[in-house]
Design a protein around this ligand. Structure first.
Ligand SMILES: Cc1cc2nc3c(=O)[nH]c(=O)nc-3n(C[C@H](O)[C@H](O)[C@H](O)COP(=O)(O)OP(=O)(O)OC[C@H]3O[C@@H](n4cnc5c(N)ncnc54)[C@H](O)[C@@H]3O)c2cc1C
Length: 379
């Protein structure tokens, strides 16, 4: 067993840290306040080949292990949770399904642009009445000659407003249950694809979230990803990978909580000494340090299993559950350590506290992860 990262992975981690301190940390507060997608940051990440780092070289990627891309996600989230989230989202929910289920033509059409950071995707699964229960979706895809006609409403869709391609799930045959769900790669600008209302959010505010409506949206049959009826399988596979991304993002958030807690507690003086000298504060810090190590092992283990080509679904659920709860717990503790100052708008821990919460909800709630884990344990 070898827990060591490769020299290349260590170098990438330190390069990304350098990058975030220079380009991301200075804008993180502003993009949160203004709910602004930081296009200039993503352009620079693309120049550094970070948007396709683990995609195969034949499609313009960097050809590294998936684990390497997750290290990048963690480091980005340490400075800005939104940016880390969007990085992991792109690998898990967009690149992975196209690479795994796409035909050669689809991979050649979309992957080089995604790998170069020139194209952005929006995973379009959730509906107003179908969140955790994906099977309750009501969107339909009716075959009409050489086309499918999509109808339905998707909600809480990340990137919809800026997306070049939508990974859309709809029933072609409701009577077949989830085996009647299919997946489509719908290009932006398709007639009948309407990006609806924009949501104001508690956290990860630099990621943009909108409703997407399909109104008699005709897409050529060759936009189908996989075969008719593969949609549910594709969605679950993408979410498995996305969950490792959320786990890596959560670890970055928790690390930022520790960074902030150490520097603040050494500076803040009460009762004539820095609060870091108080055992109560030291215990917070010790618990954070231990949990962050465990979180990092959890997400790296899941990514490593994926890199070995083995089944990683359960490991991804465990990693997501542990890491997200770690981020939420320690974001709360980090605010506690900073007292009233931490509670004020504009403090970094206040942002971390708001940003952390999504990790327990998006890409399968904590309850959904517990259902998966218990289901496996009790089998
Ligand atoms: C910021 C943000 C970005 C998002 N981006 C995307 C995106 O890009 N694409 C996309 O498709 N979706 C996206 N989502 C949707 C997200 O995946 C869903 O919000 C999530 O899956 C939960 O669904 P829901 O919100 O409908 O909650 P519900 O499913 O209604 O759940 C409500 C509560 O009930 C619990 N619950 C539900 N069923 C059970 C059960 N059987 N047992 C125990 N508890 C249960 C849940 O855990 C939760 O606590 C996004 C959401 C947010 C907030």
């Amino acid at each position: 067993m070898d827990f060591k990262l490769s020299e290349e992975q260590e170098m990438i981690r330190s390069n990304v840290r350098e990058f975030t301190l220079k380009y991301l940390e200075p804008v993180a507060k502003e993009i949160d306040q203004n709910s602004r997608y930081p296009v200039e940051v993503f352009d620079k990440l693309a120049e550094l080949d970070m948007m396709g780092i683990s995609y195969p070289t034949e499609y313009g990627g960097g050809g590294t292990e998936f684990l390497t891309s997750m290290i990048v996600t963690e480091e980005l989230a340490r400075s800005c949770a939104s940016t880390g989230f969007l990085h992991g989202y792109s690998f898990g929910l967009i690149g992975h399904p196209i690479l795994t289920f796409g035909n050669e033509e689809q991979k050649k059409k979309w992957m080089p642009g995604l790998a170069a950071g020139k194209l952005v995707g929006a995973f379009s699964l959730t509906e107003p009445g179908a969140g955790t229960d994906v099977s309750a979706a009501t969107s339909t895809a009716v075959k009409n000659g050489n086309e499918y006609i999509l109808n339905g409403t998707k909600t809480f869709i990340t990137n919809a407003i800026i997306a070049d391609v939508f990974v859309v799930f709809a029933y072609n045959d409701r009577s077949a249950g989830v085996k009647g769900m299919s997946c489509f790669l719908v290009p932006k600008g398709s007639p009948g694809l309407i990006v609806g209302k924009h949501f104001e959010k508690m956290g990860i505010r630099a990621s943009l979230t909108s409703e997407v409506v399909f109104k008699d949206c005709a897409v050529p049959a060759d936009c189908m990803l996989g075969k008719e009826g593969d949609g549910f399988k594709i969605a679950m596979s993408a979410l498995d990978v996305g969950r490792i991304g959320i786990a890596a993002m959560s670890t970055g958030i928790a690390q930022a909580c520790l960074d902030e807690s150490i520097s603040y507690s050494k500076e803040r003086v009460q009762f004539n000494k820095p609060i870091a000298k108080q055992q109560a504060i030291q215990w917070f810090i010790a618990d954070m340090a231990v949990d962050i190590d465990a979180a990092r092992y959890f997400y790296m283990n899941a990514a490593w299993i994926k890199d070995q080509g083995k089944s990683f679904s359960l490991a991804a659920s465990k990693a997501k559950l542990f890491c997200s709860e770690c981020a939420v717990r320690h974001a709360s503790n980090a605010v506690q350590i900073q007292g009233g100052y931490g509670y004020m708008k504009g403090s970094k821990v206040e942002r971390l506290y708001r940003d952390a919460k999504i990790t327990e909800i998006g890409e399968g709630t904590s309850e959904a992860q517990r259902m998966i884990i218990a289901g496996s344990a009790l089998r």
